[in-house]
Design a protein around this ligand. Structure first.
Ligand code: RB5
Length: 159
């Protein structure tokens, strides 16, 4: 892919961001990193260090992605666990919490994850940037993996 085309694709990608208080600074650092790389971000909060409930921000980001306002979402809390569980409650969201790049890559290739969760108290910021890069670059492979995604969606639709 030529550099110019890649730049255009990156610029078109809108990423929703959300965190609780425990990961506020972390979200800000990743936001700056994404903006520097040419991504567009939709920051859905939180906006400071005041105590909040991670679930509210997981739901917000999940809805932005499932509703089509943003192509992907990245969420943050202390461990990444609570906010990933919350995002996964939104119909159409496939969120993964990652602390290493291998699962991040495979979660895109095989599971077509649309939300990435990171734990600000688990991974360092440089590792988090690497995980974000790998996750954003990897493409869903479709095929047999699509059948499984469809099976999950069918189950979700029945509930
Ligand atoms: C907040 O203290 C903490 O519980 C939250 O950030 C997260 O780790 C929950 O899963």
């Amino acid at each position: 892919m030529s550099g110019r085309r890649e730049e255009r694709l990156v610029a078109n990608l809108m990423i929703a961001l959300g965190s609780d208080h425990a990961a506020f600074e972390f979200k800000e650092a990743i936001k700056a990193y994404l903006l520097e790389k040419g991504y567009q971000v939709h920051d859905l909060g939180t906006c400071g260090a005041d105590r909040v409930d991670y679930c509210d921000f997981g739901f917000r980001v999940g809805e932005a992605v499932a509703g089509g306002a943003c192509e992907k979402g990245i969420v943050f809390c202390g461990t990444g666990v609570g906010i990933s569980i919350s995002a996964n409650k939104v119909k159409g969201v496939r969120a993964v919490v990652c602390s290493e790049p291998y699962s991040a890559k495979l979660s895109r290739q095989h599971n077509d994850t649309n939300v990435l969760a990171l734990g600000a108290r688990v991974v360092g910021i440089e590792l988090a940037k690497m995980i974000v890069d790998v996750w954003l670059d990897a493409q869903f492979e479709g095929g047999r993996h699509l059948d499984r995604i469809n099976k999950i969606a069918e189950y979700e639709g029945r509930r």
